[in-house]
Design a protein around this ligand. Sequence first.
Ligand code: TRP
Length: 449
Amino acid sequence: MTTRILTGITTTGTPHLGNYAGAIRPAIRASQQPGVDSFYFLADYHALIKCDDPLRIQRSRLEIAATWLAGGLDPDKVTFYRQSDIPEIPELTWLLTCVAAKGLLNRAHAYKASVDKNVENGEDPDAGVTMGLFSYPVLMAADILMFNANKVPVGRDQIQHVEMARDIGQRFNHLFGQGNEFFALPEAVIEESVATLPGLDGRKMSKSYDNTIPLFTSAKDMKDAISRIVTDSRAPGEAKNPDDAHLFTLFQAFSTPAQCAEFRAELEQGLGWGEAKQRLFQLLDGQLAEKRDYYHQLIARPADLEDILLAGAAKARTIATPFLEQLREAVGLRSFRSSVQTTANVKKKVAKSARFVSFRDEDGSFRFRLLAADGEQLLLSRSFADGKSAGAASKQLQQGDGVDIRAEGLGFGVWLKGEPVADGASFDSEQARDAAIERLRAALEPQQD
Ligand code: TRP
């Protein structure tokens, strides 16, 4: 079974070395593993919550897209898209907003932190809090649930949001799923093995501390930043303690074990800090120079990037569009045409009593059940690759054309045009089986007005 991995990157800044080692590189590696289906996207709707500078948003989207591709992400192997190119996401956000408990969102760390700060300053608790900030976790739940992600790699600060997505998804399943699971419940994945990179001053590398090393901007910028890494004052020739030097931690994050052991030995033997910085630069430049060139080529061809992202969005929407249709159906946003037809001439008993319920299976395939009025499961469909063919099969069953019910041992199957499409349960006796087949026939029988 393939595991669906999904993560979003908020587009408010320019990626630095810490983002690369902590998130981008492990995500690209994960996407190259067998048995995974990766969804990586630019969370540009989320960016609007934190930033009202259109130029910065635009610039950051471009830079982050180019960074991921230059870093080796293969857009043919993964689904790589901009959140804002998927109109189903805000639509799903609304469906989820209507089931998300306000009390749940009141507890979100980001919102609570703002409120606490306001209270501390004697201001109105909600001063400066937008509905965007408050609803941030619902939008994130829609990102995740839209694609039935199983694993969501995130930083620690985001674990709560993934848990809220589980809560909200579960509530939707409970309210509208009639026992079926529309949404797979996601799990946050924290990559313990990926160390958080220290910045120039030894604190976590972060834009808010102004201690970052740029990733792809230029070799010179990177060299300048490295020269500003804070070290102790031991002179060349004096033994250094690598475990006490964040310069060494940075080196370690990019070196092979052998390179790392050699660097450790040299520091212990008194390598000067100036030399050590030179070694770090060479190591980083060796690994990043080619990618940096590719990054600049990509940035210089924004129209090509646009095409890549639009192709990614089209790929994502082959899943999102039919799935959202099912969800709209589930909550009652249904076409009048189908119900008009129902009352006019082809009214089925099915419409009144038994009902078809479609759902996504864990492996991402599309299936449906036929439930009797009392909730008994009369049929469970086979797996369909897309929502359209699942829909077509259930429609044919509803219309009753060419439905072929075959007893198979103590169970039975339903065939359409010589293909098995759905199965009944297994029974204790042939009598019980035949009685179930009768109930199925009754459920599928056209009903005259
Ligand atoms: N909120 C995440 C962050 O700031 C970004 C994000 C948005 C995300 N949607 C997501 C991450 C869905 C994982 C899954 O880091």
